[in-house]
Design a protein around this ligand. Structure first.
Ligand code: BTN
Length: 329
């Protein structure tokens, strides 16, 4: 992105008008350079209002991410993390996978003010907007190999769910394997998702890049690009959540759960996870990779995190990555 685009957006984050002239003066450039930087921001899908005689402004104020504020919100867990606040990145997962291969420390968390090519599960893209989403990745190193990490993605879902419950969002539930969902206006809506990418040998040690996207505010234009009902946490909360505070609380909860997972594995969480599963004992449709739709009823999750479903062929186990689950109600 244009080098000046983010510094200008940081000034516009107050939601007020700033004239091209004042911005040009502040950054020691011409008004044309400011104009080009704004254009560059707009090509990334960032809406900037431009009004003749008044200048530029964002549709509403945006709380920018700030390492000190995030650290403070982590509380006693702050020393566990190495925070990197990135102005703009294609994907925090891609970035951290690369950094992990270079040997960055366990507990490194990369969070993006603007993510332009977020990766979703099953090859999908994850769409986010400045101030409208919290997009971050956490690097966690394990002594065991990738084979010992089954159920990890479910535990991450549970850690986030607990952080959201703590701030008062008690209705949030989990959808196997790791979506955060809520029943809103009679329909399940997705609030956030998790994408875990692994590095290392099957025997160990291994490293997990845990990518998390939480919707804060969903604009109409964004809703149209997403194939399932989605909702922002702000809408659910009834007011704007502070992204720094939210991230700090999520990280603290992740540290706690990841530690317990490294010690006990998924079985330790199996019962609690099932209690929070939105589709437990519900009729569902399983969407297979080949397009086939298999109806069934959810029975539970197995000790290694696979989904147990009663189908016309009897009790079957499905691994994450094999299927997508939709409510049949
Ligand atoms: C899903 O499809 O539900 C998982 C979405 C995960 C998105 C997050 S946003 C931060 C991190 N970086 C990425 O590129 N993807 C994950």
């Amino acid at each position: 992105m244009n080098k000046l685009a983010f510094p200008i957006l940081a000034v516009l984050a107050d939601g007020k008008f700033h004239s091209g002239e004042a911005l040009a003066q502040q950054f020691g450039v011409t008004r044309a350079t400011v104009y080009n930087a704004i254009q560059a921001a707009q090509t990334l899908g960032i809406t900037v209002f431009s009004v003749r005689g008044r200048g530029y402004r964002l549709p509403k104020p945006v709380t920018l991410l700030d390492a000190d504020a995030i650290s403070q919100a982590c509380g006693e867990y702050a020393p566990w993390f190495h925070l990197q606040v990135l102005a703009q990145v294609d994907s925090t997962n891609r970035y951290l996978m690369q950094e992990s291969a270079r040997g960055v420390a366990h507990g490194t968390c990369a969070v993006a003010q603007i993510q332009t090519a977020g990766r979703g599960r099953r090859g999908r893209t994850w769409i986010s907007q400045l101030g409208g989403s919290l997009t971050f990745s956490l690097l966690w190193r394990f002594q065991c190999g990738a084979a010992g990490l089954s159920g990890l993605s479910l535990v991450i879902g549970l850690a986030l769910l607990r952080a959201l419950h703590e701030i008062g969002l008690a209705d949030v539930q989990l959808k196997w394997p790791n979506d955060l969902v809520v029943m809103y206006q009679g329909q399940w809506h997705k609030l956030g998702g998790i994408l875990i990418e692994l590095q290392g040998d099957m025997e160990g040690p291994s490293a997990a890049v845990i990518g998390i996207g939480l919707n804060l505010e969903i604009e109409q234009s964004m809703r149209q690009q997403i194939e399932q009902p989605v909702l922002g946490l702000n809408q659910l909360f009834g007011q704007s959540l502070n992204a720094n505070e939210l991230l700090g609380r999520c990280l603290a909860s992740l540290a706690l759960h990841l530690n317990q997972f490294a010690e006990h594995g998924f079985t330790y969480f199996q019962e609690t996870w099932t209690r929070h599963h939105a589709f437990h004992q519900q009729a569902v449709n399983l969407l297979m990779a080949n397009g086939q739709v298999v109806p069934g009823q959810v029975i539970g999750v197995a000790e290694e995190g696979s989904l147990l479903v009663e189908t016309a062929h009897g009790r079957q186990r499905f691994n994450a990555g094999e299927i997508s689950v939709r409510s049949a109600a």
